[in-house]
Design a protein around this ligand. Structure first.
Ligand SMILES: NC(=O)C1=CN([C@@H]2O[C@H](COP(=O)(O)OP(=O)(O)OC[C@H]3O[C@@H](n4cnc5c(N)ncnc54)[C@H](OP(=O)(O)O)[C@@H]3O)[C@@H](O)[C@H]2O)C=CC1
Ligand SMILES: CC(C)CCC[C@@H](C)[C@H]1CC=C2C3=C(CC[C@@]21C)[C@@]1(C)CC[C@H](O)C[C@@H]1CC3
Length: 417
């Protein structure tokens, strides 16, 4: 079977870059987990110690992790309030996706509340993060291998545009099959939104409860970080259908990058601020907390406004909320917005997301760089992602995209970038 898209340009530095990332990303995650617990909490210094296998491996963590995956899979299979259609595929078919992510979040919250009232020590999770992150990484490797093997049996039309270069390391990293499924269970869609995102807020909650146990009550900084990130995850799950148009679902294969990103990277590094606060309590007064809330609200306003405007427009360009916006026609029949949020910069949603990322770090004070890791990493991720999206849009829309770039010259930050 000839690999489809074998001439697609290699991304992420090709096979060497992919191999380096597969080593560097898990190592960075472990480094962050260790440093967050250490006294000096130096992002750029060496880790306080190198963990042996006994610190990483725990059958209890494995059992807990598999139970978590099983619970989220069961919630995914429950009847959904809606079943959405994905974008048209190469063979002109469309896939159907259950829209029940928010329901999964609420049911998980109910189960956790029941557990807590029955004496379940959720705060103990805070001490199991290292072995949990290790088993999540192990799962991601094994899962990616199974996905790679599954893709050997997939028809050419089911393969992703990238991720089929013929180099096994590169293809393992990027992912070969676009929408690997068993019957109606879509692995990529499930992983993108459920175990990792909901796991992230559960870890945050565990850290908050542990702080209450240690210090009598959670700090204001911990409340803010928990509240902001719960809003972000709740919003993502409420707007679950929007993920069907992201490049992760429509363009990227499902391989190590997304499996590790979704299952390990998101829950264990995105909760870094709450981890830092547990071991390094930070004083935060009400005036500063109010300013930080305003910054988060401002970021969320841009993020949600921009995403909603594009999603509404893509669903129905004559919707009264977007019908007055100026557009550029393209040869594909689709139009590009050139006023409103999408006339300000070419990725207003990234701008809002970055402002929120800053607001999540600010409650941790200015004494350490560590809690700003997410903001720094996210800037790199979004700049890189924006470059990938631009290349794909140029390919899709050609001259119309060039015209859009001429009319809206800034990418993410007005007058700066
Ligand atoms: N927290 C995290 O780790 C991450 C968060 N995110 C967030 O997820 C959300 C989705 O991000 P992402 O999938 O990268 O990208 P976008 O939601 O920005 O989608 C990009 C697509 O939008 C369409 N588009 C671009 N410009 C216009 C325009 N002017 N008018 C109409 N349509 C346009 C194009 O697709 P088409 O024309 O085909 O519709 C383009 O490919 C963002 O809010 C982002 O911030 C993303 C990555 C990681
Ligand atoms: C491991 C690497 C560093 C790269 C991993 C990337 C992934 C962590 C992200 C790729 C796209 C993502 C999206 C989200 C979370 C992070 C990942 C999985 C959201 C679900 C976050 C909430 C937003 O509202 C929607 C996002 C879609 C893309």
């Amino acid at each position: 079977m000839a690999p489809q898209g074998s001439r697609a340009p290699l991304e992420f530095g090709g096979p060497l870059g992919a191999a380096a990332l597969m080593l560097l990303l898990p190592a960075t995650m472990v480094h962050l987990l260790l440093v967050a617990r250490s006294g000096p909490a130096r992002l750029l210094g060496p880790p306080p110690y190198l963990p042996g296998l006994e610190a990483l491996w725990s059958p209890r963590a494995l059992l807990l992790w598999l139970t978590w995956l099983g619970l989220q899979a069961a919630l995914y299979l429950l009847p959904a309030r809606k079943v959405a259609e994905g974008q048209e595929l190469k063979d002109k078919s469309t896939l159907r996706y259950p829209i029940n992510g928010f329901q999964a979040l609420v049911l998980t919250a109910l189960l956790v509340s029941l557990g807590v009232s029955a004496g379940l020590p959720v705060g103990e999770l805070a001490e199991m993060l290292l072995p949990l992150a290790f088993v999540a990484t192990l799962t991601a490797f094994i899962f990616s291998l199974l996905l790679y093997l599954k893709a050997l049996l997939a028809p050419t039309s089911a393969l992703a545009p990238g991720g089929n270069s013929g180099n096994p390391i590169y293809d393992f990293f990027l992912g070969r099959e676009l929408n690997p499924r068993i019957r109606s269970f879509d692995f990529k869609y499930f992983c993108e939104l459920r175990p990792g995102l909901i796991g992230w807020v559960l870890i945050n909650l565990a850290l908050l409860m542990k702080e209450a146990e240690l210090r009598g009550s959670p700090s204001l900084a911990m409340w803010l970080v928990n509240g902001f990130q719960l809003l972000y995850v709740g919003d993502a799950l409420w707007q679950e259908e929007a993920v069907l148009t992201t490049m992760d679902i429509t363009h990227d294969g499902f391989g190590f990058m997304l499996a590790f990103g979704d299952l390990a990277w998101v829950p264990f590094t995105y909760s870094l601020q709450a981890q830092f606060l547990l071991y390094h309590p930070q004083p935060l007064g009400l005036p500063m907390a109010s300013v930080i809330c305003l910054i988060n609200a401002f970021g969320f306003y841009i993020f949600r406004g921009a995403n909603a405007q594009k999603n509404t427009f893509r669903k129905n360009p004559s919707d009264p909320r977007v019908a007055d916006l100026e557009t550029i026609p393209t040869a594909t029949g689709r139009q590009l917005l050139v006023s409103g949020w999408w006339g300000m910069v070419r990725h207003p949603n990234y701008l809002g997301d970055l402002i929120m990322a800053l607001a999540w770090s600010l409650p941790c004070g200015m004494s350490h760089l560590l809690p700003y890791f997410y903001f720094l990493y996210f800037t790199v991720l979004l700049v890189h992602r924006e470059g990938r999206d631009e290349r794909q849009c140029l390919q899709k829309y050609g001259l119309a995209w060039r015209e859009y770039c001429r009319r809206v010259p800034y990418r993410i930050v007005p007058y700066i970038y």
